[in-house]
Every structure is written in C-alpha cells, then in structure tokens.
Design a protein around this ligand. Structure first.
Ligand code: RI2
Ligand code: CYT
Length: 512
C-alpha cells in the first residue's frame, strides 16, 4: 500500500497511471489491478494500472477521466493505492468458456464487475465469446436479464399499461421505431422506448434519433418526458437502465455478432427496467439476418415469450421478412429522411409503411386501442391524419430537438457513387450482410451522411446501365473504400449477370 496524490487526467478512458517506482513499491506491473481509495471521501474503485517514467512523477497517481467519474476526485486529493486481487467473476467466465452453467449469483457477479469496470475489455470479450459459443439456457438468460436490471435504475409509472417495442435487429434499413413509437403514443399510450446504437448494422435507432434530438438522458428524465409526451426514443446506454447492456454491445460490434443469450437479455432487460407491461418483439428472418429460418424465428419467439412470462411482461412476437433491407435507405441520415417522409404522408416505400403499421398494430391490439385484426388499420389512420407526425414533433421537442425538422432538411453525404446494372434483368439477390459491410466502410454509423440508397429492390426489373444503388459518404476516401468493398462483395445480383470467371489454370491448348 502506498500513499499518492491525485492528478486528474483528461483522457476519455479508464484506469490509473503510476510512476514505475511507485508501481514497484505497490508490487504491480502494467495491466494489473489496484484498489484506489480517496482518503478525503472514502470512495474507492478498482482500476487497471499503466506505468510511466515521466508523465506522472513519483508520489502522484494519474486518474483517467472515466475512472474519476466514480471517484469524483480533484487534483491534490490524498489517495491510498494497493494491489487488488483478480475478481471471482473471472473464474465464472472461465466456467462458461468450458461449457458450464452459470448460477444467478455467478451471473450477477460478472454483470456487476462489467458495470463497475472491474473486468477488462479482454475479459468481457471472453465472457461474450464463451456465451456465444457455449450458449446460455433459459435459466441463465433469466439470471442475466435480472442481473442487468438489478445493476441499474428502473422506471416506475403510476398509470398503466406501459407499452414497448423492440427489434432484434439484423436487417438493414430497419428504421421502423421512428414510426412505431409516435404511432403508439399518438394512440394515447405510453412508450418509453430505449434503443441501442448499431450492433451488427449500419445505424441503430439511437444513432438515427440522435440526428433529430439528443438521446442521452437519465432514467428519471426518461420517465418525466414519457409522462408528458407519451413517448420518447432514447439511447439505453446513457440512461443507467440496464447499464451492462451497452458495455457488452461495444465488444460485439466489431465482430458483428449478437450472442443469442445476450440478445434476449439485452432486449428484455431494457423493457423490464422501463416498466413495460406489453411488449412487441420484431424478429426479422432471412438468410443473412440474425435468424435464418422461420422455424428458428418461432423458437426465438417462444424464448422471448417465456422470458416475458418469467418477468411478468406480456410479449407478442412478429416474425418479419428480413431477407432484404426495409425500405430503400441504409445508414443514419438516409434512414431518418425516409422515416420522416412517411410521417409526412408519403406512402413510399410500401415495405417500410407496411412493416411499421403491422408492428404498431399488434401493440394497439394488445392494449385494447384496436379490435383484433384492426390494429394495422388504426395505425395507418394515425399516420394518415397527421397525428403520428404531430406526436413525433412533440417527442423531438421534449428531447431538445427542432420540432419543425422536415425530411427535406436531412441530406446524405456529399460524396456519392452510383453502381449500375451490368445487364438487363431482374434483381434476384440482395445480400444484407454485404450491404451493411459497404455502408460501414463508407463510414456508417459514425459518419451520419454515409450509407446506401437502393433504387431497385429484389424482384424489380433493371436495364443495363441504370443505377441499382448509390453509395454515399461524408469523406472522399471513405467513399473510395466503400466502392472497392462493393466491387469485391457484389451485394446485389441481377439475373443473367456474370458473377465470376474462373480461369482454366494450367491447361494449355495442345500445339504441334
Ligand atoms: O445493428 P443491429 O444489430 O441490426 O440492430 C440493433 C438495433 O435493433 C434494435 O432496434 P430498435 O430499438 O427496436 O429500433 C436496437 O435497439 C438497435 O437500434
Ligand atoms: N442485442 C440487442 C439486439 C437488438 N437490440 C438490442 O437492444 N440489443
């Protein structure tokens, strides 16, 4: 144990920096854990150590910004720093990696250590990979969901029902929450919608909504805004509602994976913590979606319903078409523009309109706002009579955005490239994963203007030389990369088109 003086470092990361001489006295090496205790306040945390010779002088401890969020220390505060043992949660992660079944307590220990930044990125990745490969059974999924809820805050509404909707994702262009939430709220229901950012895709609902208004709020603010406006669309990662969720998702994102157990818990923990009574889950099914077949979709639907039963929420699932993108737009600004245009009265693209009213319709029927079978019609009417648009403006305003924003105000990136049809024919194949990879290489979701606009969808006719899709990017070099990626991946196949030429290898025509 060593006494050191705090130096707060404006580095947006976790951990502490210690001079090598002090590190030797404490008995730690780079990457080890220490316990740092603020002697003024008594607040303590565990943190990872980096050592330095010059940046921090002997006698000081450099505290990185995210670690100091918990400590709330100031320059000069006296600290005690001592070696910390590896947490027991590492043993439980190892147990999962070996195929064991985690108990409620073991799961809770892992989730608490994720939330408290006690586990390193490598250890969290091991947990996700272990769960991805070995799987979680329904008891483990329930433990995980409850642990994710217990380590955060919960909303507590006085009037019910609270309605909610969530998609498991995995289909590009799935901007329907921007339509479904205002429709449901326009029907007089309360929907405190928390969304994730992109996980496997090119723009999650939180990324999209952020174009229109801030999405970072405390749980208390989410509740208050929902009570006033009927609905909100916020980023779950900022709310302290199921705070482990986002800390898991950031390690799934690079691999474009969404481990089944984590997915069920991620979705349902947010619904449960938001106080939902009635929940609609959208399960897109398609060869390149998270769920490949309708059969698998039904199985997952039963798991969502079972988990809902265990937690006291009524869940209905919609198995939806996930074989090609929803609507024409993929990527943040393009998707927001398309969603707003439907709220403003456009009936194109029909697939987006249809999917949105079907999902909203289920929620309206579940909550008694529409007779059985009439939900989609009632939802469509709320779009047609402008009530959903008014509600969306109210939601944007209450979150601090400009309520007068129009679809036409939102533009895609200024660099663009048209991909032309190589032959006359019909679009026979659209590869969702390839489209996402191209949109991400164009800069989505961080660059809001990046993405893809599809001029043609599956089954439509194209003439040779007509654009099939346009790639947009905010930066020129990103566009070049995306065009190169598109050349390699060929995300869209037109019937009759040459896919590849396989050369004949060593064969040579015989000569005399
Ligand atoms: O990136 P992928 O994995 O496709 O999907 C993630 C998206 O799916 C869900 O959508 P919603 O909140 O129900 O609209 C999540 O919240 C997130 O926005
Ligand atoms: N794993 C997840 C999939 C979809 N949405 C989420 O919030 N989380």
């Amino acid at each position: 144990m060593v006494k050191l003086t705090a130096k707060i470092l404006d580095i947006d990361y976790r951990g502490v920096l210690i001079n090598r001489i002090d590190a030797r006295k404490i008995g730690v090496l780079d990457g080890d854990r220490v316990q740092v205790i603020n002697e003024n306040t008594g607040i303590f945390v565990q943190a990872f150590v980096s050592t330095t010779e010059k940046l921090i002088e002997e006698g000081s401890v450099g505290i990185l910004y995210l670690t100091n969020k918990k400590l709330n220390a100031s320059d000069g505060d006296p600290f005690e720093v001592r070696f910390a043992d590896r947490p027991a949660s590492i043993e439980y992660i190892r147990k999962k990696m070996d195929g064991g079944k985690l108990t409620a307590d073991e799961t809770k220990a892992i989730v608490m250590d994720i939330v408290d930044d006690i586990l390193s990125p490598g250890e969290i990745s091991a947990y996700i990979t272990g769960s991805y490969i070995q799987g979680l059974d329904m008891d483990e999924v329930e433990h995980l969901t409850r642990a994710m809820v217990a380590t955060g805050e919960r909303l507590n509404f006085t009037s019910h029902p609270i309605v909610d909707k969530h998609s498991i994702g995995g289909v590009p262009g799935n901007k329907i929450s921007l339509l479904v939430v205002p429709i449901i709220a326009a029907a007089g229901l309360k929907i405190p919608k928390t969304s994730s950012r992109a996980i496997t895709g090119a723009g999650g609902t939180a990324d999209l909504m952020e174009v229109l208004a801030p999405v970072t709020f405390s749980a208390e603010e989410v509740q208050k805004m929902t009570e006033k406006a009927g609905g909100v669309i916020v980023w779950g990662g900022a709310t302290n509602i199921a705070p482990a969720d986002d800390k898991i998702i950031i390690y799934e994102y690079p691999f474009k994976i969404d481990a089944r157990g984590q997915m069920l818990a991620s979705v349902m923990a947010k619904k449960y913590a938001a106080g939902a009574d009635l929940v609609v889950i959208d399960i897109p099914v398609g060869r390149n979606a998270k769920v490949a077949t309708v059969e698998e979709g039904r199985k997952l639907a039963r798991e969502f319903i079972d988990l809902g039963d265990r937690l006291g929420m009524k869940v209905e699932c919609a198995i939806t078409y996930g074989e090609s993108p929803i609507g024409h737009a993929i990527g943040v600004n393009l998707e927001v523009r398309e969603a707003l245009s439907i709220l403003e009265g456009s009936e194109i693209p029909g697939s987006l309109l249809q999917k949105s009213v079907s999902i909203a319709g289920i929620a309206l029927e579940m909550s008694g706002k529409a007779q059985n079978g009439e939900g989609p019609m009632v939802a469509r009417e709320l779009l047609k009579n402008g009530k959903a648009l008014d509600k969306m403006r109210q939601i944007i305003e209450i979150q601090g955005g400009d309520p007068n924003v129009k679809a036409a105000d939102i533009s895609p990136g200024e660099n663009s490239f048209n991909v032309m049809a190589p032959e006359n024919g019909y679009v026979v194949e659209m590869n969702n994963k390839a489209l996402i990879t191209i949109a991400r290489s164009a800069g989505a979701p961080n660059d809001r203007g990046a993405g893809i606009y599809l001029h043609k969808k599956k089954g439509q006719r194209v003439e040779k030389g007509e654009p099939i899709f346009t790639i947009y990017a905010d930066r020129g070099w990103r566009l070049d990369k995306a065009v190169e990626t598109a050349r390699q991946l060929m995300p869209i196949i037109v019937e009759g088109m040459l896919i590849d030429r396989v050369p004949s290898g060593y064969w040579r025509p015989e000569t005399e």
